[in-house]
Design a protein around this ligand. Structure first.
Ligand SMILES: [Zn+2]
Length: 343
């Protein structure tokens, strides 16, 4: 990116009410078949326009083709039985009824490649596409086949790599892997989680990112955050190994999070997507608040490597709130760009 402080979102944006019930996760589609595909394309255009009107530099599809950031990808794979459900604790936090792995997992055909091509046709701006990370995928399933979290993650990494290579060929500039599980299972992250992620990006020439957050602004997550104490140092356990990894960009939750900003020093040299927008609150940040978060991060990230972003996806928010937050993000980045240029 030549532009200083290029803005982007962590991923999802609200869906139109005619596509899926808004302000809800896992909201069922209101259309089916060909109508659903064309509805998703229309929704993608609206999500893209919202980003463009707000001045966002690196745009995405707003995840308009996904009911959920993990399960929609898994739905397209062989080896997973969605009728055989078990209740598991997701990220050690909340119970959810999840599908079972019943045989070898594989991808028979591309999952998001057509949608990515469609997005590519709509804009010349840099585009970012999000995929679930291997560790977060296994954490959203009951494994009745491999009986090994590491083995299953490795199989998913191979599948993600197939998808990522095709997304790259479709013209995606940045492929992002969402790994909120990296904030929970520190030992596994260091033992095999980052290695699995590197398997997923093997051979890619486009840029790669990993998004590690404290989750959507849903109750289970906000309740969990209350138990984390006055300083959230989770990132500290995984940053050293991430710093040494092949991943180009690390996307983090910062604004209104109790994450000590100086932890970012541990990934010095990486590009950092700094979360300057709180997705768990309807309060719209002021441009000055956004600027303040960016200024703080600039103490630990070189200006040419800092990418202002949202803390996480905004799917559960209203469109009005999400659009206003996008505008605040860019307005805040503008303030700091002017300061750096005057500098
Ligand atoms: Zn997130």
């Amino acid at each position: 990116m030549k532009k200083l402080l290029p803005t982007s979102t962590a991923g999802s944006l609200p869906k139109p009410s005619w596509l899926a019930e808004p302000e809800k996760l896992w909201s069922p589609w209101k259309l089916e078949g060909r109508e659903l595909i064309s509805g998703q394309q229309d929704a993608l255009r609206i999500a893209l326009q919202a980003q463009q009107l707000a001045g966002i530099d690196i745009v995405s599809d707003g995840e308009q083709t996904r009911q959920h950031f993990v399960t929609t990808f898994i739905e397209h794979l062989d080896g997973v039985d969605f009728k055989k459900r078990k209740t598991v604790k997701i990220r050690d936090r909340y119970d959810a009824s999840v599908p079972s792995v019943v045989g070898p997992v594989s991808r028979q055909k591309p999952v998001f490649v057509e949608a990515a091509k469609f997005l590519r046709q709509q804009t010349d701006q840099p585009i970012k596409w999000a995929l679930p990370g291997p560790m977060t995928m296994i954490d959203t399933l009951y494994d009745d086949h491999y009986k090994s979290r590491e083995k299953l993650a490795w199989e998913f990494a191979k599948i993600l790599n197939q998808e990522a290579r095709e997304l790259e060929a479709a013209g995606v500039d940045i492929i992002q892997f969402d790994e909120p599980a990296f904030n929970v299972f520190f030992d596994e992250v260091n033992e095999w989680g980052i290695a699995a992620l590197e398997r997923a990006i093997e051979g890619l020439k486009c840029e790669t990112a990993v998004h590690i957050c404290y989750g959507y602004g849903i109750k289970a997550n906000t309740d969990w955050k209350k138990t984390l104490g006055s300083e959230w140092r989770q990132y500290e356990s995984v940053f050293p190994k991430l710093q040494a990894s092949n991943i180009d960009i690390i996307s983090l939750e910062c604004h209104n999070a109790r994450v000590p900003m100086e932890l970012i020093e541990l990934i010095r040299g990486k590009k950092v997507m700094v979360g300057a927008i709180d997705v768990a609150s309807n309060t719209i940040e002021t441009p000055e608040q956004v600027a303040e978060t960016i200024r703080k991060a600039l103490q630990f990230v070189d200006a040419d490597k800092l990418y202002p972003c949202t803390n996480c996806g905004m799917a559960p928010l209203s469109r009005e709130v999400a659009n206003a937050k996008l505008k605040a993000l860019n307005a805040g980045a503008d303030i700091v760009r002017a300061e750096l240029q005057a500098g």
